[in-house]
Every structure is written in structure tokens, then in C-alpha cells.
Design a protein around this ligand. Structure first.
Ligand code: 13P
Ligand code: 13P
Ligand code: MG
Ligand code: MG
Length: 380
């Protein structure tokens, strides 16, 4: 066993109660049973099972490193057990994110979302895991940029000598499957030129520049790209390490106080505010949303998961939630209009091609349309 610990957060939507609303307690119990057995066998050091909305979240520690077939196999087996419960109870969209029947060593590309961070445990290792529903990986671009590159958010960039050199961002192009490493603060305008396109360029990892310490990891799976058609969304997760030469807990959470607009609400096809909520509100009711985010605080101690603390369970985030409610009302009043509804290139399921096919022969020159109507009005 190496001294290095890996924190693996692997999630999937394998069915939910009464719509795309929330994971059923029996699914959580089934998942807990599988992981408890794995902990007993020594595959895992520790684990925690939770959900945000309809996404089942497996938080696991082990010493096998990222992308390990034992861990990915375990996650797959766990999702299958929870999907079986979903089928037995006839829950909605049972097995939604399990795109393949066959597991071949790694869950990437099969549907689940994955964020794994291998670390040499620091003397104290504070970590936050973020889990979102009804949005996509690019939802983390804005807040993570602010955490690691904006001194108006993160005082430590100015004040803390260990952070003062800045951070390196790995930005992943989900269409090409390629990454570019970019340095902040030197290249922040170029970084923003990419990551403002949240559906394509995703902040995948962030490193501290002074020693290449891995500070953050985001899941980048985009289910609709994997499957080539709409089969549910790529509700993302992220891991961020905190304190002692990294952004403080409060600097990290501060970036989420602004409920920015993200894609993925209702049928994966609408923009809405990302609302930071405590676990008890980690369910989506209004127009299947608005998009939700939970943040769990941990200390990792020789691989053990100490926690969680429910970080958005704080009155200090009440005004953010109120603003998100206000934005919810405002956006909803646009109904089927952009920019509440996504643009046609981004729509995850849409009737537009059918409507266009149906109207193909009815598209004529505007002058002709004018003449047709005029003729009708004169003869009637
Ligand atoms: P550390 O340097 O101890 O991580 O903490 C700074 C801090 O938390 C101030 O808010
Ligand atoms: P999920 O991707 O969370 O299953 O949601 C589907 C959806 O868009 C419901 O409106
Ligand atoms: Mg669902
Ligand atoms: Mg979901």
C-alpha cells in the first residue's frame, strides 16, 4: 500500500422516485450495503453514500490510485444494485445513466460521472466535495475560476505567499477530447476566452503553480456526447482541497454565493440559476429544478473520511437562495423562449428537426407569402 490516498467521487442517475426528482432511500441503502462489504474486504478505506436530486453519489477513499478497475468495478456493481432496486420499485428512468451492459475495467464513457483526486495527505487535509443536479460540468467553470484566479473572491491570492504565484488550469475540450494547460494570472484573459463557452471547454483540474499540488478535479463526462442522443444529463461533481496554501474553505464557498445561470434545467434544455442548498433541499421540484448544488466538507485522516459537514446549511447562503428564487421566477416567465430555453445546437431533446421537416415545402419567399395572404384577403 502506497502512502498516497485517492478520493474517488463517482455518481450516476440510476432511477428516481416520482420523476427526475430524487433518489429513493432503498437505493441509498442498497448502495451502502455494497460499499460496506467492500470496506470490510479492504477494497475501500472509507466511503459515504448520498444523493443530490436524482443522482446517486458514491464518495470513496482507497489506496489504489485513479482509474483503478477494482474501484470502477465496485462503483459499477453499486450502481447496478441501486438500478435493480429502481426496477423492482418501478422508479422512474431506472438505470438511466448505465449506458452499457458490459463493464470493461473503467466506468468512463459508460455513463457515470467521475472525479478522482490522488493525494499525499497533508498534516491536515480539508476537502470539499460538490455535487450538482440538473446541470453540466461547465457549471463549475465560473466559480472555480473565481476561487483560483480572482483576487476579488480569494484574498489568499494576494495575501498568502504559497498561493501568490497562482494556479495552472487544465482546460478540457469535450468535443475534441483534448486538454490545454494554462497559467493564471498570466493568461487569465485567454483562459476566460475558452471557459466562457461552458458547453465545450471545461476546467478539469487545477494545480498550485509553486509545487504542482493538485488542488481541484471536476467530472467532465458529457452523457449526451457519449451517447450521441439525449439520455439524461451529465450532472457533475467536483473535489476541491482547502486551506494551508490553498484557498480557505470560505474562499471556496464564496464563489458559489452568486447563483449564476447554468444549462441543464427541465429536459436538459433550459438555463436556470445554480442554487446552493443543504442536503435536506437536495431535491428538485420546481420545473424539475432549479439546478441544485450541495457542498460537503471533510477532513481526510489516513484515508478515513471525517465528516461530512453540510456546508450550504448556513443562513449566510439564504440571500443567495433568495436571489436564485427571484431568478427562477424571472427566467420561467420566458417560457419556451431563449435565453431561458437553450439554443438549438445545445438542446438535448428537441422537436425542431421534425417541425422543420414538416414545414420544408411551405418555406417560400417573403414577397410570395405576402402575395398569397393578400390574394386570400381579396377573395374572401
Ligand atoms: P490557513 O492559512 O490556516 O489555511 O487559513 C487562512 C484562513 O483560513 C483565513 O480565513
Ligand atoms: P436528469 O438528467 O437529472 O435525469 O434530469 C432529466 C431532466 O432534464 C428532467 O427535467
Ligand atoms: Mg434522472
Ligand atoms: Mg440528475
Amino acid at each position: 500500500m502506497s502512502g498516497r490516498i485517492t478520493l474517488s467521487v463517482i455518481k450516476a442517475d440510476v432511477g428516481s422516485i416520482a420523476g427526475h426528482h430524487m433518489v429513493h432511500p432503498d437505493q441509498l441503502a442498497a448502495a451502502t450495503k455494497v460499499l460496506a462489504e467492500a470496506k470490510q474486504k479492504g477494497t475501500l478505506i472509507d466511503f459515504y453514500v448520498t444523493h443530490v436530486g436524482d443522482d446517486l453519489q458514491l464518495i470513496m477513499t482507497h489506496s489504489k490510485g485513479p482509474d483503478h478497475p477494482d474501484i470502477h468495478g465496485l462503483a459499477w456493481e453499486t450502481f447496478k444494485a441501486a438500478a435493480k432496486v429502481a426496477r423492482d420499485l418501478k422508479l422512474y428512468a431506472a438505470g438511466q445513466d448505465l449506458l452499457s451492459e458490459a463493464f470493461s475495467g473503467n466506468v468512463r464513457g459508460l455513463g457515470p460521472g467521475v472525479a478522482e483526486l490522488e493525494m499525499e495527505e497533508r498534516p491536515s487535509e480539508p476537502v470539499i466535495t460538490f455535487h450538482a443536479d440538473k446541470t453540466e460540468p461547465g457549471a463549475f467553470n465560473l466559480p472555480l475560476f473565481r476561487v483560483f484566479a480572482d483576487p476579488f473572491n480569494t484574498a489568499g491570492l494576494v495575501i498568502d505567499p504559497k498561493m501568490h504565484d497562482g494556479f495552472v488550469f487544465e482546460i478540457y475540450d469535450v468535443y475534441e477530447g483534448k486538454s490545454v494547460l494554462m497559467r493564471a494570472p498570466e493568461e487569465i484573459y485567454d483562459i476566460l476566452a475558452l471557459i466562457g463557452t461552458t458547453g465545450r471547454y471545461i476546467i478539469r483540474r487545477v494545480y498550485r503553480k509553486s509545487d504542482n499540488l493538485l488542488a481541484a478535479v471536476v467530472s467532465v463526462e458529457r452523457l449526451n456526447l457519449i451517447a450521441g442522443r439525449y439520455i439524461g444529463k451529465d450532472d457533475p461533481v467536483a473535489i476541491v482541497r482547502a486551506q494551508h496554501g490553498l484557498p480557505a474553505l470560505g474562499e471556496i464557498l464564496e464563489a458559489f454565493a452568486f447563483p449564476h445561470l447554468v444549462a441543464g434545467w427541465m429536459r436538459g434544455s433550459h438555463y436556470g440559476p445554480l442554487m446552493p442548498v443543504p442536503l435536506r433541499h437536495a431535491k428538485v421540484t420546481r420545473f424539475d429544478g432549479p439546478p441544485r448544488l450541495i457542498a460537503l466538507g471533510w477532513n481526510i485522516s489516513r484515508g478515513r473520511l471525517i465528516g461530512p459537514v453540510d456546508l450550504f446549511d448556513d443562513v449566510a447562503f439564504d440571500e443567495s437562495r433568495k436571489l436564485a428564487q427571484f431568478i427562477t421566477d424571472y427566467m420561467r416567465r420566458h417560457g419556451p423562449f431563449m435565453p431561458h430555453r437553450l439554443g438549438p445546437e445545445e438542446m438535448e431533446y428537441t422537436t425542431l428537426p421534425d417541425v422543420l421537416a414538416k414545414l420544408k415545402d411551405r418555406f417560400i419567399k417573403s414577397e410570395d407569402a405576402y402575395k398569397v395572404v393578400k390574394r386570400h384577403s381579396e377573395t374572401s
